[in-house]
Design a protein around this ligand. Sequence first.
Ligand code: BG6
Length: 509
Amino acid sequence: MKKKVNQGLVIFGASGDLTYRKLIPAVFDLFMNNSLPEGYAVLGVSRTAFSDDKFRKKMKEGIRLFAHHKDATNDKINIFLAKIYYLSIDTAIGDEYGKVKEKLDKLNIIFNLGQNYIFYLSTPPALYNIIPKFLYGHGLTLQQKGFRRIIIEKPFGHDLQSAIDLNHQLLEFFQEDQIYRIDHYLGKETVQNLMITRFANGIYEPLWNRNYIRHVEITAAESIGVEDRGGYYDGAGALRDMIQNHLLQVLSLVAMEAPAKLTAEDIRYEKMKVFRSLHPLSKDDLKNNVIRGQYTEATVRGKHYNNYRDESNVTPESRTETYAAIKIFIDNWRWQGVPFYIRTGKRLPTNVSEVVIHFNPSPQKLFKQMDESTSSDNQLIIRIQPDEGILLKTGMKVPGSGYEVRSVNMDFHYSELNDHYIPSAYERLILDCMIGDNMLYMQGEAAEETWKFVQPILDYWENDKDAPLHGYPSGSWGPDVSDDLIDGTENTWRYPCKNLAEDGVYCEL
Ligand code: BG6
């Protein structure tokens, strides 16, 4: 492991929700696991006026609610909080950054930070090109004395052109190896496990191609609606919010070739090849292989859920999709002709993210299937969350006379590894940035390639009045037409439940 040196973390947008729910709890967990260097400090920067004490009080609340070590003693939390400071500035005004520099100079002396700083941008995206410029203007991006790194939260761009522009703007003030574009899905243990499953086992990889795999499903279902994020979400939609980043990242890990070495450079290179091989969607593909939906009101088990259009900060005639499904092909030797089905949505029946590998059926149907309504095909399910684990569906003889087959589950659940601490995604990613490892962060070029793939869909939805937007009742699995996306009349999506080993049965919203 690379060495952790003394350093400071500067969080812009420190009064926001992400800092409260994810970032500070993650840094606190690093502290509890003795993963922070001896000399360490956090400086929260935002417009909102807070004293250090008031900010610490709020962060303590966040730790008590969201940290893994939420039950730590008050003493422990207070020792950690003593390293946290707050500065209120107008981040849109250049001169104000003199105060950031001044404060950092002081913290540098108190905590012996070696002038090593990470700047974390957790602000509205409109500030992503402003803050780097002003940091640069005050000499805060130059690495003459210590390292300077910048973490950029998603969304990285709103479309292809804005992502290209943002990359250009960042590169005016930082070198590519100083820029850490975060995609928190890559920080999830189970997403990293995709590589282990594939490349640490001898049995899967020989089958991992178009000769043995019929299709692949990638699902990220959420039961929540847009909650209080209507203002952001209505301008984004499911394609931008989940597919362009998280789900295409997952797809790249499922589809990539084995890297030559376990280095950031090799892995990013292989992932990049997948993005470059995504088959561009033609006009026909846009009509036939892409589905969007929006949730409508429904009463599920006595609880009423609103129309998306009635959510706060959503325009009443909004055409923003809260569900999206796409059939994707990858143009290379390994995957030619194998469909990858990706879907995501809000207000679906349950919270599940998983990858399902559907293998080709056996060539001869010698045996009768016990339950004709369930598939006898082998499926490998890699569960990202919840009930994290891996499940192989395989055919077994039904005991007794005759030769009937039934599908049974061979499953492993992460919860069985209870002697292992599983870090949160943010904990892992912040720690990686601290040691200068960008393997799990997005390359600038990869961000652009993924936007390039989704841009025709965004254009089609925006410009073609006939592009359908299907309503789907809250608590359902999205628009009915989604089932038609899957090739083969006998094939459907897997309808998973919270528990990895269950599917097809009714799941509660
Ligand atoms: C975020 C999206 O990036 O990911 C949210 O903006 C979504 O809309 C979230 O709910 C899902 O992340 P997780 O880790 O809860 O699966």
